[in-house]
Design a protein around this ligand. Structure first.
Ligand code: AMP
Ligand code: ZN
Length: 477
């Protein structure tokens, strides 16, 4: 896909701020700077959360395929995200730690590792910068100080707050009707708040409560509000204005609105971010999959059901990122069938060589590129890949060349993945298969002692397990 053709289709993305699809032009020619809101690591990240990462990955890989240098920054929220958007709830990290009788740092480390692993299993490129809120407290304090110097803050018993009334554009981004908000109750939750939409920049530790995570600041001991971290860390790594900011649609009204308020007021600029991109929800039983509701499926659940992780990526590609997508076991089975078939065709033409004809390949290449250039239309891009896979007109080498190119964005491991039948036609032993599956489950549950025990037992029989992006495979030495 890395073509230097002059007639490349311009990339267009839908921008939440202007509510239009616009041609992408980075601030610095040839370099795209992207920030993605990452996980709050108080519980396992579910496959809905993973959708936000797959979407960002599709974006990054599309940019890379078009020859851009990409700097992709993703944060880890390990402090300050409250159970309630109105700044009155508990800190999710502290609460999870208290419930589990563990430290917040242990919980954060465990769920960060799970997130990193799941992301990798579904083919997401590691971020260029992975930054933790707790490791950037000073950056957050610096940003708050800039706001204080410019007169955007006020202090109440509970903490230092951002005065939204002093930022006239506050409601613009999300099209909020601030007067009609059902927020009288929210005001009452935090006595002294001047406006319901005002939000905490720095929260004081409650009197008599010793938090696990608290720091000194010019305003007193406490911890940063959740929104500050994303402004502070994105600006630290990408500069005071950058190209693209992504996240789930649930972030538009509060989190991203507040990020914009802080960043534009601290750095006196507009627009802070050139393009805002938001993925729609993955739904379960007709509603947003949400861990706070206890309504989730994890990648490890899909693996336990016998799916290879890339089936979830294939499933993701079947819907446009701005459409809601319904998760059902049947839909996953259908994705598995589709994925297996594509892998089978790829394996049939894999490695084919010979002469290729540009004239027959160029239109397909162009249509694939057009699909992605049209606000990352993955289902259309996948349809072009299928057209190539099925084509009776293309030579095997041509099909292989195109599929391999497309896979730099799709990331379905078409280069190596084995079709189901071949896996079965290889070595098969139900007892070993079951042990390997048990080890996979143990690994997914982070029961590494058990996983290692099974691996050692099999090794003693001369069976080697190989972990691949599609799951574990085994062979006899
Ligand atoms: P959190 O860990 O709650 O901070 O969420 C991490 C990311 O996942 C955010 O960008 C959310 O917007 C996104 N997200 C949460 N639930 C879903 C869902 N059901 N479908 C798609 N994205 C989601
Ligand atoms: Zn964020």
């Amino acid at each position: 896909m890395r073509e230097s053709n002059d007639d490349a289709v311009p990339l267009e993305f839908y921008d939440t701020r202007t509510r239009t699809q616009r041609v992408f032009e980075p601030l610095e020619a040839g370099h795209a700077r992207v920030y993605t809101c990452g996980p709050t690591v108080y519980a396992p990240q579910h496959i809905g959360n993973l959708r936000s990462q797959l979407f960002a990955d599709l974006l990054v890989r599309t940019l890379l395929s078009r020859g851009y240098q990409v700097t992709h920054v993703v944060n880890i929220t390990d402090v300050g995200h409250l159970t309630d958007d109105a700044d009155a709830g508990e800190d999710k990290m502290e609460r999870a730690a208290a419930h589990a009788g563990r430290t917040a740092a242990e919980i954060a480390a465990e769920y960060t590792a799970q997130w990193v692993r799941d992301r990798e299993l579904v083919g997401c490129r590691p971020p260029d910068v992975l930054c933790r809120a707790t490791e950037h407290i000073q950056d957050q304090i610096d940003l708050i100080q800039r706001l204080e110097e410019r007169g955007f803050t006020y202090r109440i018993d509970d903490g230092l707050y951002f005065a939204t009334a002093r930022f006239p554009r506050y409601a613009e981004f999300a099209g909020l009707d601030l007067n009609a908000q059902t927020s009288a109750a929210r005001m009452a939750d935090v006595p002294g708040k001047q406006h319901p939409a005002d939000f905490a920049l720095w929260k004081f530790a409650a009197p008599g409560v010793r938090r696990q995570q608290e720091w000194d600041s010019p305003w007193g001991r406490g911890f940063p509000g959740w929104h500050v971290e994303c402004s502070a860390m994105s600006i630290r790594y990408l500069g005071p204005t950058f190209d693209i900011h992504t996240g789930g649609v649930d972030h538009v009204r509060v989190h991203h609105t507040n990020e914009i308020a802080q960043s534009e007021c601290a750095y006196e600029m507009h627009p802070w971010v050139q393009t805002w991109m938001h993925n729609e929800f993955l739904n379960l039983a007709g509603q947003k999959m949400a861990k706070s509701e206890g309504r989730v499926a994890l990648l490890e659940d899909l693996i336990a059901d016998g799916h290879v992780p890339l089936v979830y990526r294939y499933f993701f590609l079947q819907a446009h990122y701005r459409q809601q997508q319904a998760f059902t076991p049947e839909a996953m089975d259908a994705a598995r069938t589709g994925y297996d078939r594509l892998v089978r065709v790829a394996s049939e033409v894999r490695g084919a060589s010979g002469k290729t004809r540009r004239s027959v390949m160029a239109p397909l290449r162009r249509r694939f590129q057009q699909a992605l250039a049209d606000d990352l239309n993955a289902p259309r891009a996948l349809a072009v890949a299928w057209e190539v896979a099925r084509s009776g007109e293309l030579e095997p080498v041509e099909r292989w060349t195109l599929l391999r190119e497309f896979d730099t964005v799709l990331q379905l491991d078409l280069e190596h993945a084995l079709p189901k039948s071949e896996q079965a036609a290889g070595e098969s032993d139900p007892r070993i298969d079951a042990l390997v599956a048990e080890r996979e489950r143990a690994r997914a549950e982070r029961d590494f002692a058990n996983a290692d025990r099974i691996r050692d037992e099999l090794a003693a029989e001369g069976v080697t397990i190989e972990d691949t992006p599609e799951g574990a495979r085994w062979r006899r030495e």
